[in-house]
Design a protein around this ligand. Structure first.
Ligand SMILES: CC(C)(COP(=O)(O)OP(=O)(O)OC[C@H]1O[C@@H](n2cnc3c(N)ncnc32)[C@H](O)[C@@H]1OP(=O)(O)O)[C@@H](O)C(=O)NCCC(=O)NCCS
Ligand SMILES: CC(=O)OP(=O)(O)O
Length: 331
C-alpha cells in the first residue's frame, strides 16, 4: 500500500475534525471534495457564503461544516478568548475582532484552543510566517517542549534508500538559524514524528558539509555541538553526525566516510543545519527527484496546525489533512 494510503486508513479508523480556513482558494474545495468522498476526516471550512459559492462551483462539499465568522454563534466567545490569551501583548476586543475577520487562521486556532476542532491545514495562499504565527501565539507548544519546528514527510519514487524512499526532513519551514540546543530539539521531535507517521525506527543524521571532522568551520562546530546535545538528551535514539548527505543515506559512502556509525548509510530522518539548507533541500528532492512532499508540518505543538507550500496541489492538501488527522489522534 502507498504510504499516504496507509495514513488515510489510520485517519479513518478514528476520524478527527480538521479546519480548512482558505475558502478564498479553489484548491481548498477540490481537496475537501476528495477528503469527504474518501471519508477519512470531518471538515470545517471557514468562509462567507459568497467565498464558498464562488470557489466551490461544481464540487460536492455538502458534508463539510461551513462556518461564517460574521454570523456564527460562538464568534464572540472566540474574541473573548483571544483577548484573554493575548491581553499582555496589547490585544483589545476591537483588534481581536478585526484580526479574526481578516485572517481566518486566527479564527481556526481559537476554535482548536476551545476544543471545537482537532487540527487545521492552511498555507495554499498564505506565506508560512502568516500561517504559523497564529498557532505559535494561540495554540502554543505542547507540555514539555520548548520549540515548535516544521518537517516534511518525503516519499521518493523507486528508491530503496531511507525507509524504502520515505524520509522525514527537518527543519524545512520554521526555524531560520537554529542554535545547537534548538537543532538537537528538532532532531528529537523529528524522530518522534517519523515513529508516529512511518511506524519504523528512526535513524537520525545531523547533516553538514563535513563528515566526522573532514572540514573545519564554525557551521560544522554548530552541528557537532548539536549532535553531542542530542545524544545526551535522547540516549536511546539512533542518531549520529556531523555527516554529509551522501554519507547519511548511501550505504557504501557511509561505510567509507563514517565507519562504525549505526546511522551512516541508513538514515531516514535528515536534520538540516539551517532553514536555507532545509527548504532548498526539500524542494530539490520534490522538483528534480519527483518526490511527494507533505508539509511543512509542525511538531512540538499542542495541536496539529500544518502549513502548505503556496505551490501545492489539491492532492498535496488531501495528504497533509490525512497526516494532520493522524497527528491529532496522538495528542
Ligand atoms: C514563524 C515566524 C514568523 C515567527 O516569528 P515572528 O513573527 O517574528 O514571531 P515572534 O518571534 O514574535 O513570535 C510570535 C510568538 O511565537 C512564538 N514562537 C516563535 N517561534 C517559535 C518556535 N519555533 N517555537 C515555539 N514558539 C515560537 C514566540 O515565542 C511568540 O510567542 P508570544 O507572542 O506569545 O510571546 C518566523 O519564525 C519565521 O518567519 N520563520 C520562517 C518562515 C518561513 O518563511 N519559512 C520558509 C518557507 S516554508
Ligand atoms: C514550505 C514553503 O517553502 O512554502 P512556500 O513555498 O509557500 O514559501
Amino acid at each position: 500500500m502507498a504510504f499516504i494510503d496507509t495514513v488515510k486508513a489510520k485517519a479513518k479508523s478514528n476520524k478527527k475534525t480538521i479546519i480548512l480556513p482558505e475558502s478564498m482558494d479553489r484548491r481548498t474545495f477540490e481537496a475537501a471534495a476528495q477528503i469527504l468522498e474518501e471519508d477519512f476526516a470531518d471538515l470545517i471550512i471557514i468562509g462567507t457564503p459568497e467565498e464558498i459559492a464562488e470557489n466551490s462551483k461544481g464540487l460536492d462539499i455538502s458534508k463539510a461544516t461551513i462556518i461564517d465568522p460574521h454570523t456564527y454563534e460562538k464568534t464572540q466567545e472566540y474574541i473573548d478568548l483571544f483577548v484573554e490569551l493575548r491581553k499582555a501583548k496589547g490585544m483589545t476586543p476591537e483588534k481581536a475582532k478585526e484580526t479574526i475577520f481578516n485572517d481566518y487562521a486566527y479564527y481556526g486556532c481559537l476554535m482548536i484552543k476551545s476544543g471545537h476542532a482537532d487540527g487545521m491545514v492552511s498555507g495554499a495562499c498564505h506565506s508560512t510566517a502568516n500561517t504559523l504565527r497564529p498557532c505559535l501565539q494561540i495554540v502554543k507548544t505542547k507540555p514539555g517542549t520548548k520549540l515548535v519546528s516544521a518537517f516534511f514527510l518525503m516519499v521518493v519514487p523507486d528508491c530503496e534508500l531511507g525507509e524504502e524512499g520515505t524520509f522525514v526532513f527537518s527543519d524545512c519551514g520554521l526555524n531560520q538559524n537554529p542554535n545547537p540546543e534548538e537543532l538537537a530539539a528538532i532532531a528529537g521531535s523529528s524522530a518522534e514524528s517519523f515513529r508516529l507517521l512511518v511506524g519504523k525506527e528512526p535513524k537520525v543524521a545531523m547533516l553538514s558539509h563535513s563528515t566526522m571532522g573532514s572540514a573545519k568551520h564554525a557551521d560544522v562546530d554548530k552541528v557537532v555541538e548539536a549532535t553531542k546535545i542530542a545524544k545526551e538528551t535522547y540516549p536511546d535514539l539512533k542518531l549520529d553526525g556531523e555527516m554529509q548527505l551522501d554519507a547519511a543515506i548511501v550505504p557504501s559512502v557511509g561505510a567509507s566516510k563514517a565507519p562504525g556509525s549505526e546511522v551512516a548509510g541508513q538514515a531516514n530522518v535528515l536534520i538540516f543545519p539551517d532553514l536555507d539548507a532545509g527548504n532548498i533541500g526539500y524542494k530539490l528532492v520534490q522538483r528534480l527527484g519527483k518526490a511527494e512532499a507533505y508539509g511543512p508540518m509542525t511538531q512540538g505543538i499542542a495541536a496539529p496546525v500544518n502549513d502548505l507550500s503556496r505551490g501545492c496541489s489539491a492532492s498535496d492538501i488531501v495528504g497533509v489533512v490525512a497526516i494532520t488527522a493522524v497527528q491529532a489522534q496522538a495528542q
